[in-house]
Design a protein around this ligand. Structure first.
Ligand code: KIV
Length: 306
């Protein structure tokens, strides 16, 4: 299947067609998100919080991003896949940024990288773009600077900060960024930026006027119990069904109801033998071919998922 080109996003902006972007961090969710029709998937360093359980994105490593990026690229054949450059992988020097962005793209097969910051990272963005690497910018609340920002607060609230944000967006566009995430800024400010730049803006907590929206999958699915940012909407409440399923499993294991004969190998024969002829050999099912994971039964007679 042919992967979408990044130019498609600008074409969507020009057609006035909103761009829905979602994060994914692994193979199955990438497959589901793509199958539902999302054109662009972000392997966000938010995985540090929603997948790895850190209290910020700062501890996330290049290896984390590469491992999760690879899984997402294997799951999504058509969507544009953008992988976040983690904290300190691009701030030290342009050379290091080049090496790390190159590693991410070479080792994952993703389409693009994303990095946070405005004027100060514009020369880095320009160098990556010159080297052939598509770059998405990220302005407003930049979570890798949470300690400097003093928390996850709304940004660009003063006239000076609004001007700085608009100039930063223009600098990223000039440097060659193909899109810009605007995080947690007032809706009218996001509108101004969206009107000023020719590249698509993708908002999160930035109101409805951006060219697209991005949400963190675990917030969106109700799978992250610790915290729900005000800008996130739960499009599903999956924590309840997951807990119910686990409780049913515990009860059925404890009651001896799971696994059944259908979910076992040679169980009927073993039962017949135990009931009838003591001492006869009992099959332990090891001659039957079984899938190691995925619960689909034997290879010969796969059991469809419920
Ligand atoms: O890491 C992430 O998921 C992000 C989005 C919040 C834009 O950067």
């Amino acid at each position: 299947m042919v992967r979408l080109a990044i130019g498609e996003l600008k074409a969507m902006k020009e057609r006035g067609e909103k761009i829905p972007m979602l994060t994914a961090y692994d193979y199955p969710t990438a497959k589901l998100v793509e199958a539902a029709g999302v054109p662009i998937i972000l392997v966000g360093d938010s995985l540090g919080m929603v997948v790895l359980g850190y209290d910020s994105t700062l501890p996330v490593t290049i290896e984390d991003m590469i491992r999760h990026g690879q899984a997402v690229v294997r799951g999504a054949e058509r969507a544009i896949v953008v992988v976040d450059m983690p904290f300190l992988s691009y701030q030290v020097s342009i050379e290091e940024a080049l090496r790390n962005a190159g590693r991410i793209l070479k080792e994952t097969g993703a389409t693009a990288v994303k990095l946070e910051g405005g004027q100060s990272v514009a020369p880095t963005v320009q160098r990556l773009v010159e080297a052939g690497m598509p770059v998405m910018g990220h302005l407003g609340l930049t979570p890798q600077s949470v300690n400097q920002l003093g928390g996850y607060r709304v940004q660009a609230k003063t006239p000076a900060a609004v001007v700085k944000l608009i100039n930063a967006a223009a600098a990223l566009e000039r440097a060659g960024a193909f899109a810009i995430v605007l995080e947690t800024v007032p809706a009218n400010v996001a509108r101004l930026v969206t009107e000023k730049v020719g590249v698509p803006t993708i908002g999160i907590g930035a109101g409805p006027y951006c060219d697209g929206q991005v949400q963190v999958l675990h917030d969106f699915l109700g799978l992250f119990p610790d915290f729900l940012p005000r800008h996130a909407r739960r499009f599903a409440e999956l924590a309840g069904p997951v807990t119910d399923a686990v409780q049913r499993y515990i009860a059925e294991v404890q009651a001896g109801e799971f696994p059944s004969a259908q979910e076992s190998f040679g169980l009927e024969k073993a039962r017949r033998m135990a009931a009838g002829s003591a001492g006869a050999p009992v099959s332990d099912g090891t001659t039957e071919e079984a899938r190691p994971f995925g619960g689909a039964g034997t290879l010969e007679s796969p059991r469809p998922a419920p």
